[in-house]
Design a protein. Sequence first.
Length: 324
Amino acid sequence: MNVFITRVIPESGLRLLEEAGLKIRQWTQKRKMTRDELIEECYWADALLSAGQQLDQEFLEASKHLKIIALHSVGYDNVDIKTATRLKIPVGNTPGVLSGATADTAFLLMMAVARNAFYMNRRIINGEWGFFEPTANLGKELNGCTLGVFGLGKIGLEMAKRCKGAFGMKIIYHNRSRNIEAEQELGAELVSFEELLKQSDVITVHTALTPETDGKFDLEVFKQMKPGSIFINTARGKIHQETDLIEALESGFIWGAGLDVTSPEPMRPDNKLLFMPNVAVLPHIGSATEGTRNAMAKLAAENIIAVANGERPPFLVNPEVYSL
Ligand code: DGY
């Protein structure tokens, strides 16, 4: 079986594929492939290991011979799953292994926002470390605050554990279904979306990007958040509306924001958010630790190897392809 890989991925994944006797080709240029380039490369391939590429209907129709698409991510919003399923192409992802690292990033952003950390660091770089002012640049303490988790799955649970452990935060969450583990372990309480907005001192977003969550955090929603609260998004940039977020911050409807995801990505270097005191932005590094990226590469490789062995991939997004 021939495997085409859209980015340089960790050795751990490559080794597994090689040991399984698969032939590999990798895109090594430091730019996103065009759709045509990807189609062209996939003529040779039976399996695609994809990181950071949009796999739309046109690509999928042109590549319907693929026996598996293994994503190097847990999110699959950049793949037209409906078309892949219709074409009977199994799509695999990498759930579970990046929960801790992504929650660490959400926690880091929450802390950075609460203490204006990124902004204060920039002031040193700009030569603005002036004389000591006891009343200037004061941050917020998080002890005993309420954390509102929008989408309490594996990553949300890890973030909630960190907040409970470090600051004894009360945990509330909004989900389609109850998370019994979070309720039993952390005393988390399922609330309506309106209550989540009203009660939370920090709202942290850990849901997938779907038609329901696309643009969910708009000005009307920010206005309903508790005055002085903090908004954190490490899920997908499209879940908040950026111009509305800027207005909410400027109007003081919310106090601060921490983002690991933006729309578009990359964010332009002159984006207003980058210059606001109570805002911290990172370039989508949620899963960027050595251990996590190795684990993701291994899971993606395991999905491909299963198909090469005539088995079902262990981490499937569209299991219904096997019952069509
Ligand atoms: C994921 O796995 O979905 C992360 O956001 C990295 O893209």
